[in-house]
Design a protein around this ligand. Sequence first.
Ligand code: HEC
Length: 118
Amino acid sequence: MAHLLSILTSASLAIVFASLPAGAQASRAAERGHAYASAHCADCHVVEQGVPTPANNTAPSFSAIAATRGMTSMAINAWFVSNHRNMPNFIIPERDREDLLAWFAVLREGHKQADNPH
Ligand code: HEC
């Protein structure tokens, strides 16, 4: 059910998406990625912005992942399509992967701003 809902949400967002200027599209993608993460990843990961990994958690928070050196979009994308020992091997549709990467990019930007306030 949650999955069906997320498909429906993506479909309706896609319509909005098509009618927005380029700048707004990136954040729409990030919003969809955030929604996808909340639906599919939040059982194990904290997916919200600016939250460090909770002490009792084995899965790193998404903000912590975004802040990890070397965790570029390419590295995260590679993670999506590889096998994991402690995490289920999801099949994430390519569109949703792009949305997730957009969300990670937002988290990464937030981290940079927190790091150097210029
Ligand atoms: C059942 C629990 C679980 C779910 C659900 C889950 N993960 Fe994970 N994830 C983990 C664990 C545990 C790790 C720690 C790495 C390991 O040991 O495999 C991890 C690691 C990761 C990493 C790599 C972190 C690093 O620094 O190497 C990424 C990226 C990631 N998860 C993304 C996701 C995304 C995106 C989703 C949702 C589509 C998701 N995960 C859903 C448990 C989960």
